[in-house]
Design a protein around this ligand. Sequence first.
Ligand code: CP
Length: 324
Amino acid sequence: MDLKGKDYIETADWSNEELEELLRVAGELKDDFKNGRPHRRLPDKTLFMLFFDKSTRTRNSFEAGMTQLGGHAHFIDSETSQISHGESPKDMGIILSGYGHGIAIRHDLFPGEGNKYLREVAEHAGIPVLNMQCDIDHPCQTLADLMTIREIYGSDLKGRKIAVSWAYAPSYAKPMSVPQGLISLMSRFGMDVVLAHPPEFKLMPEIIEKAEKFAEENGTKFEVVDSMEAAFEDADVVYPKSWGCIDLFEKPEESIELSKKYKDWICDDKLMKIAKDESIYMHCLPADRNNEVTDEVIDGRQSVVYQEAENRLHTCKAIMALTM
Ligand code: CP
């Protein structure tokens, strides 16, 4: 399968077979890394990493991953580049295409902006554009999540249930891209998906439609409920995390104020008992400890958050190795 030059902007742009190939290569690269075998699949290649937002896992997994693949990754802060003076995505895409082999972008803060920006860069760039999180999807995170779930339950996920739930967090109005990415991806790989949120914390309607369509096409289920308890019932995977109110991303303090009504949306031991006993707790991190989730749960026997974070490295290396 030749994926060289292909953009990775939303998992929905890739077929199930292409995503399987990413997971296969991620597994190979994980094995190489764990066993200390060199795996320089991208010697002398350059990745440009452009950030409009902060990051720990994404920046470091791409940067370390590129070094391990034999290439180099440049960090670009949008604030200290000419983008802050208005340089266009078209000019930036064409110019960086002349210098290297891939452009990775994080642009996730405002609904309606990031995905559009990535697609505009991709239209003009002659090298692949990789989505390090936009307003619509976080396809590097959800691929690592799928890899983690399959490591635990095996690759046949038919009949397994994932509960994707909103949770309270006072730190900032978190993007909607992780829950949106999860509900768009997991039903394609056999899982029944249940989404829960308070009424004001809806996801983008077009993503809900996409999740319904994928579930129908793949013979799985997708439903929306209004409480964490309803979502967690008999779940194999629980993924509670916060996101901002879709209408208030321009006024994040109002979104946080509104979310205070739902401080009881916290993943604690009592809630975990509603899910299956052997269920796993997931979070993309960073988590607001003792707001989104209690220490007992995130540090407890069911939590796989560090395995999940580690798989960010192996999956982003597979994305780079196959597309660049
Ligand atoms: N999960 C995730 O994308 O983490 P960072 O924001 O630290 O990159």
